[in-house]
Design a protein around this ligand. Structure first.
Ligand SMILES: NC(=O)c1ccc[n+]([C@@H]2O[C@H](COP(=O)([O-])OP(=O)(O)OC[C@H]3O[C@@H](n4cnc5c(N)ncnc54)[C@H](O)[C@@H]3O)[C@@H](O)[C@H]2O)c1
Length: 418
């Protein structure tokens, strides 16, 4: 309790920003001119918690949006009523009733262990499925999600916002235009400070082995693996990970900090660091070094990308420069909202135009494979190859990787004076 109180005081700034975000979300009233929108995908939100707020905010003030949130379902009646009222959504106490309504698609914003189950129910009801990351805790569930959505003939995408963040799209474009040559070295960080109560309370699903599929490595690592596979146009060949608990969280909770070293199949080496206990507002940073230059990115900067390149189109040579026309960006919470808008709009446009989403379910499954590979390496205490994980998946499945992980977590909290 004392620990919690100290954190509340120390991190007042972060809390204030979160409260601000929640405040603007609830004070906003959706107004829609129905006649203006001929082609629009009607969405039902499933799970009206924190992520739902980013998605609602993302579509605020968008002119001619390709989608509209019209309905909602949450197991918690109070949350459902409050959220539906605030955003003029039709509330459904039962999932089956929502799925029988005239919505076209669902946005699944639930604890990770429910992603596969609810995707199946929605697909079988003929609804297109957009589901938050990570796809699911095991590769078997990922396969099931791919199979059921294909069989039902519905569009399916995992909402991986890092694939739709303008700063990341900007970097991808620079890489494709050969601004820094062949990338051989990467380091990337995400710090998304979370209320210690989330870790200390065994009843909150976040970061649990059984409902969350693991700690911060599963939760934030999902973003990083999806990002790096895409930027490098490659997949992970091997990994070695360290996971640490800096909070004395109960045994059903995973790590709150992790470092993962990766080797990609084409040879690049990378380091991923993720934390939920580092004390600052959420941000990501990525450094990419190639045979002709470097790119560094930090989501705390208004102009989030800096480039060192001798490319003929480089704006400055011999120094790092921020582009004169930077990608659309703003430090937390703005970049969350921008990326939620982009991913939701992209998915809706795919539904309207019968196109396959840019971020495929197979890409999302590969990110889950990397999470599981990192955990397997923690258990083995050594570098582990993706081929070994894939073999294991075929022979016995991947569920057992999460069993008994707690024993292998480095317990660091006794040395720390929070
Ligand atoms: N992209 C991002 O940056 C980002 C940020 C936050 C969360 N997320 C993802 O969004 C998803 C939801 O996370 P969250 O933080 O919003 O969680 P949350 O706990 O805040 O919200 C989940 C909601 O689901 C409801 N719920 C739980 N079980 C249910 C059930 N069986 N049926 C119906 N409703 C149920 C809960 O009552 C709660 O309101 C997760 O996949 C998470 O990883 C992504």
């Amino acid at each position: 309790m004392v620990l919690l109180q100290l954190n509340y005081l120390k991190n007042g700034l972060i809390k204030n920003q979160l409260l601000y975000l929640i405040g603007i979300c609830y004070s906003y009233n959706f107004t829609f001119d129905e006649e203006k929108f001929m082609d629009i995908v009607k969405f039902g939100i499933i799970g009206c918690g924190m992520a739902a707020r980013f998605h609602i905010l993302g579509m605020r003030n968008v002119s001619n949006p390709p989608l509209k949130f019209v309905a909602a379902h949450d197991i918690n009646e109070k949350i459902l009523t409050r959220f539906s009222k605030a955003h003029k959504l039709t509330p459904y106490n039962k999932l089956e009733d929502l799925l029988q309504s005239d919505i076209d698609a669902v946005l699944i914003l639930l604890p990770h262990y429910l992603h596969a189950r609810v995707t199946k129910a929605a697909a079988e009801a003929g609804k297109h499925v957009l589901c938050e990351k990570p796809m699911a805790p095991t590769l078997e569930e990922c396969d099931e999600m791919i199979t059921v959505t294909k069989k039902a003939g519905v569009e399916f995408m995992i909402a991986e916002n890092h694939r739709f963040l303008p700063a990341h799209l900007y970097i991808k474009d620079l890489l494709e235009r050969d601004f820094i040559g062949d990338v051989f070295l990467i380091n990337t960080y995400e710090g998304a400070y979370d209320d210690p109560e989330h870790f200390l309370n065994p009843d909150i699903w976040h970061f649990t082995y059984d409902k969350g599929g693991g700690g911060v490595l599963a939760d934030q690592g999902a973003h990083k693996f999806a990002l790096l596979n895409w930027l490098l146009d490659d997949t992970v060949e091997s990994a070695q990970a360290w996971c640490a608990k800096t909070l004395n969280s109960p045994p059903n909770k995973g790590e709150d900090n992790a470092i993962i070293f990766l080797r990609f199949r084409k040879g690049a080496i990378a380091e991923i660091t993720v934390s939920t206990s580092a004390i600052h507002t959420p941000y990501n940073s990525t450094e990419l070094h190639g045979t002709k230059g470097s790119i560094i990115e930090n989501h705390q900067w208004e102009n989030p990308v800096k480039i060192f390149s001798s490319h003929k189109e480089a704006e400055t040579k011999g120094f790092f420069y921020g582009p004169k026309e930077p990608p659309e960006h703003g430090p937390f919470p703005k970049y969350y909202i921008i990326s939620a808008r982009n991913e939701d709009s992209h998915f809706a446009e795919c539904v309207l135009n019968n196109k396959k989403p840019e971020f495929t379910p197979e890409n999302a499954k590969e990110a889950v494979a990397s999470i599981l590979l990192a955990y397997l390496s923690v258990k083995k205490g050594t570098m582990t190859k993706m081929d070994e994980l894939k073999k294991m998946a075929k022979m016995e499945g991947t569920k057992s990787i999460l069993n008994g992980l707690e024993e292998f977590m480095q317990k660091n909290y006794e040395n720390l004076n929070w």
